[in-house]
Write a protein that binds this ligand. Sequence first.
Ligand SMILES: [Zn+2]
Length: 187
Amino acid sequence: MKDTPKTAWNSRRLDMKAFALAGDSMSHEAPLSEFQRLHTEVHPDGMPMPPPVRWHAQGEMRASASGGSPDVWLHLEASALVPLTCQRCLAPVDTPLAVDRWFRFVADEAAAEAQDDDCEEDLLALEPRPNLLDVLEDELLMELPLVPMHDTCPTSVALGSSAPADGIDQDASPRRNPFAELAKLKK
Ligand SMILES: [Zn+2]
């Protein structure tokens, strides 16, 4: 297949400036298993084939706020469905993650660090060329819920207990012998 401008971009080492100057975009999907850090969160008994992570990147040049040369911007959108571990019942809970972020690019990492405190937007470095998959994975990890949980757990929380139906046995606590308790205190 011949390289065309639409397919020539290397998302793992993107020439971000050229991408933005071209005003180009790309859409991809990648298996969840390719995102190793995210994949460590996946429940082992979750969906055998979780849907791929779908993402879209759009480059754009924008007038600089400081009046200098235009800035390089990236709009990154992604969606994923990740089987996490429900913190109530420990079963898999399919959790949708969505990313919708803008990044402004500066020359290098030193410039990004220097400007980071002065601006609200997220900064990335043009050099070394960014790996969009890493940027994307960072964003997906930030979208993970602190406490993944089903709205309604599919199984009983009290696993293995043979709790009677409501109302039949209200007094299920083990009965204590008051005289035995007293005897303990006297010792
Ligand atoms: Zn649950």
